[in-house]
Design a protein around this ligand. Structure first.
Ligand code: EPZ
Length: 432
């Protein structure tokens, strides 16, 4: 069980993961609610002074950090058995402190709803990130166009935003941004008049947020498309919402199911959100069996390497890039993945090579020479999905794999150690 909070005020308590391999996994894994839908939906509760209930919220560190931020602002929040009950009756302190923003970049999702509700918001600039530039200029450009005065007090590292009221706008995102779309969508629900947002991100998590906002009384058209039309309201009421399953968690375990000797049924997921990864695995020669909200994999025919590009949804998600790389190290022949979303998301390749993989990076492309036997070693992880990739590799590596800085894993995978050990893995977590 993960301790209440890994942040002890001065430094991150850290954990080390120790995996003994190789192990063959056999059994069922149930998928949790989507972290990246829960985060904007928790932030959206700021838009109403009434009680909001979110079901199927995963118990992971990024969620706990978001809840802490909401409490600091003035919300009463209870969170147990994956049910979050939030009531932001009134805003007491419209500030998101640095230690919150540095722990989870998703705290930027508070800016839009807090400004719309309160007319003033002060959010610490999100901390650095190991996967590349995480600009927020599209978020700020849109809010400025809505009438907000925004200063980034760079010397103190805070964004201060003020607006007596926000006006509806026509805005075309210069590039696809998931949280940028979510921030402006939330702000627009309380803006005066109509807002039309174009070139929006269409990830399922954006649509799930829109569904929750509509349940709260927002008027939104075009859900699931690149053009969202929002008619601003004077206020939103409380609502109850079930969060969609986490397609990245499901994709991570589906990839685990592809490793030789594994026989895993992934349950309680939505294959409809996972078309790109299903097609890639089929191109590699895997047979995917779908049965309602369950999936499993058959390795019957020959397998082959493939070339893949990460793209905004519905393309192949960057959040599965590191995990697919781990699988590709086991498929004979050459594979490659081009990372088109972030400019520094190959740190896992260096660590996988320490386990015996043969991965070369050329520009934004990783080239994987497959069919390599992996041997346990001491590795370091830098981001949430790199951690997952190293766990997948450690499960099949010969001997002991030790993953340092395992806090990253707890940010986004609910009960990963328990879910995997229940089906045959040998994973220990040690506090350091
Ligand atoms: C969301 O991050 C996800 N996080 C990320 O998941 C995911 O990797 C990413 O979308 C891409 O799918 C959450 O939803 C909480 P972006 P986000 O804004 O919104 C550039 C995980 O592991 N950009 O879509 O921060 C940006 O620099 C995390 O769960 C601008 O230039 O990503 C990046 O190169 C990791 N200006 C690209 O767009 C902006 O104003 C995509 O960023 C905004 C973005």
């Amino acid at each position: 069980m993960i301790r209440e909070n890994l942040y002890n005020g001065s430094s991150m308590i850290n954990y080390r993961i120790v995996l003994k391999g190789p192990t063959e996994l056999k059994g069922e894994i149930s998928i949790s609610g989507a972290k990246n839908a829960s985060l904007p939906e928790l932030a959206a509760s700021i838009l109403s002074g009434e009680r909001c209930i979110l079901e199927r919220v995963p118990e992971v560190e990024d969620i706990k950090t978001m809840i802490e931020a909401l409490k600091n602002i003035g919300a009463s929040v209870t969170f147990e058995s994956n049910r979050a009950i939030i009531n932001m009756k009134r805003v007491v302190s419209p500030v998101v402190k640095r230690e919150i923003s540095e722990t989870s970049r998703a705290s930027i999702l508070i800016l839009g709803p807090l400004l719309a509700r309160n007319g003033y918001a002060k959010v610490a600039l999100p901390g650095g990130c190991d996967i590349g530039d995480r600009n927020i200029n599209f978020h700020l450009d849109g809010l400025r166009k809505m009438g907000a005065r925004i200063e980034t007090e760079s010397e103190k590292g805070y964004i201060v935003a003020e607006a007596k009221f926000l006006s509806g706008i026509d805005f075309v995102f210069p590039g696809k941004t998931v949280t940028g779309t979510e921030n402006l969508l939330m702000a627009a629900t309380l803006a005066e008049g109509k807002t039309v947002l174009k070139n929006c991100a269409v990830e399922p998590e954006v649509s799930d947020l829109a569904d929750f906002l509509i349940a709260m009384g927002a008027e939104i058209k075009g859900v699931g498309t690149e053009t969202l039309e929002i008619k601003g309201k004077s206020g939103l009421h409380g609502a109850t919402h079930h969060v969609i399953p986490d397609r990245i968690e499901a994709g991570t375990y589906l990839i685990a199911a592809c490793f030789k000797g594994n026989d895993i049924i992934i349950k309680d997921c939505n294959p409809g959100h996972m078309g790109s990864i299903l097609n890639i695995l089929r191109r590699m020669g895997f047979k995917i069996k779908l049965d309602g909200g369950s999936m499993s994999v058959e390795r019957s025919g020959p397998l082959k390497g493939v070339d893949v590009e990460t793209e905004p949804y519905p393309g192949f998600p960057t959040d599965l890039q590191a995990q697919l790389t781990a699988l590709m190290t086991q498929i004979d022949g050459l594979s490659s993945i081009s990372e088109n979303i972030f400019n520094n998301r190959f740190r896992h390749a260096v660590e996988l090579n320490k386990l015996g993989a043969n991965i070369e990076i050329s520009g934004n492309r990783s080239i994987i020479k497959g069919g390599t036997k992996l041997k346990g070693s001491y590795v370091m992880t830098t981001d949430l999905r790199a951690s997952a990739s190293l766990v997948l590799a450690g499960l099949i590596a010969q001997g002991e794999t030790i993953i340092e800085n395992a806090y990253q894993l707890f940010r986004g995978y609910e009960n990963m150690q328990k879910k995997l050990n229940q089906i045959g893995a040998n994973i220990d977590i040690i506090e350091v």
